[in-house]
Each structure stands twice: as structure tokens, then as C-alpha cells.
Design a protein around this ligand. Structure first.
Ligand code: APR
Length: 178
């Protein structure tokens, strides 16, 4: 599906209309993607986030992108991995869906995601990639916006896992159609 692509890079350099921030529930910044996006967007992002009064895991809230190329930042706190038996997959899927619903509601044409929860929150990458791709592809199958979604992986190794997972999903999708 040409509406979705996987790339390697730094999400703060994204030219998508919106970038997703792998935040925490306080929305007051952190390290990883959160730290990089706040550093690149500048101090106004934190001021805007303070006015949002936090965000629940699996939900999403939107701010301007300020000094980022991206016009918007969509903040979503992912689940912390605790073994997979405490609702982590459903919460992670909800992160992707909530961000896409918000993007569609704002008429946003393109959204770039980082690999939510797979850093400090320790969600194993293969499991996270399966959840992420299923959530993104099912949303895109039912909505016209956003027109383009990217998964921005910080390393080639992470991108390889997303590509393998995508090919598996695509093969299943095609066999379901036969
Ligand atoms: N661009 C793209 N991807 C990045 C970047 C970047 N600049 N920096 C890190 N990543 C990747 C990591 O390699 C990981 O695969 O983003 C993924 C998510 O990692 P984290 O940023 O650690 O996010 P997460 O695992 O969701 O943990 C969230 O970390 O920074 C804090 O405040 C944040 O408490 C929250 C927690």
C-alpha cells in the first residue's frame, strides 16, 4: 500500500505535516523521542503541553510544532512493557489509532510515527511492530485521511524488523483475499 512507508532517520527532521511524540502521561518532556522533539521544537512546545494537563496512556493530544518543520506534534503516551499480559497490546494499538483519528479530524495529510514504547518503555520491537502495522493498516483501509503515514525508525535494524513484519502482514492480507 503506497500510503504507508518505513524509513530510517530522526523524526525531528521529518517533513510530514504532523509528527507523533512518544510521550509520557505528564506530557512535560523526557528523553528519547520526547527529548529530541522538545529540543527541536523549542520551549514553546513545553508551554503548550503544560496547558494540556497530561494525557492518558493510549490517548493522544495535539499541539503546534513550533520550530519543527512539522506543523503539528501529536503526543501519545505508550504502554510500559510489563510482560504483555496487562493490556499492553491494546493500549499500544490505541496509541496509533488515537493519533490517526486526531490527524484525520484536523485534516492532516501526512503523519510520521516513531516506534512507540520500544525504547525506554521496553516493548519488544517485533511485537510492537505487529501491533503498530495492524492498527495503521486497518485505519488506512477505512479512512481517506491521512493520505500518507510513515514509520520513522531510528536504526536500520529496527526498520528491518518493521519491513519483515509488514511483508508478513501483506502476505496474510493477500492470502485472505484469495
Ligand atoms: N527519531 C526517531 N526515533 C527515535 C528517536 C528519534 N530522534 N529517538 C529515539 N527513537 C526511537 C527509539 O530507538 C525507540 O525505538 O523511538 C523509539 C521510542 O523510544 P523512546 O523515545 O524511548 O520512547 P518510549 O519507549 O515510548 O518511552 C517513552 O521515554 O522519553 C521518555 O518521556 C518519555 O517517559 C517517556 C518514555
Amino acid at each position: 500500500m503506497e500510503r504507508f512507508h518505513i524509513l530510517v532517520g530522526d523524526i525531528t527532521h521529518s517533513d510530514a505535516e504532523a509528527v507523533v511524540n512518544a510521550a509520557n502521561t505528564s506530557l512535560l518532556g523526557g528523553s528519547g523521542v520526547d527529548g529530541a522533539i522538545h529540543r527541536a521544537a523549542g520551549p514553546q512546545l513545553l508551554e503548550a503541553c503544560r496547558r494540556l494537563n497530561g494525557c492518558e496512556t493510549g490517548q493522544a493530544k495535539i499541539t503546534p510544532g513550533f520550530r519543527l518543520k512539522a506543523r503539528y506534534v501529536i503526543h501519545t503516551p505508550g504502554p510500559i512493557w510489563q510482560g504483555g499480559g496487562l493490556g499492553e497490546p491494546a493500549l499500544l494499538a490505541s496509541c496509533y489509532r488515537s493519533c490517526l483519528e486526531l490527524a484525520a479530524a484536523y485534516g492532516i495529510q501526512s503523519v510520521d510515527f516513531p516506534s512507540i514504547s520500544t525504547g525506554i518503555y521496553a516493548y519488544p520491537l517485533p511485537q510492537a511492530a505487529t501491533v503498530a502495522l495492524r492498527a495503521i493498516m486497518s485505519f488506512l483501509a477505512q479512512h481517506d485521511l491521512p493520505r500518507r503515514v510513515g514509520m520513522v525508525c531510528h536504526t536500520e535494524a529496527a526498520a528491518a524488523i518493521y519491513r519483515q513484519t509488514f511483508n508478513l502482514w501483506y502476505a496474510e492480507e493477500k492470502s485472505d483475499r484469495l
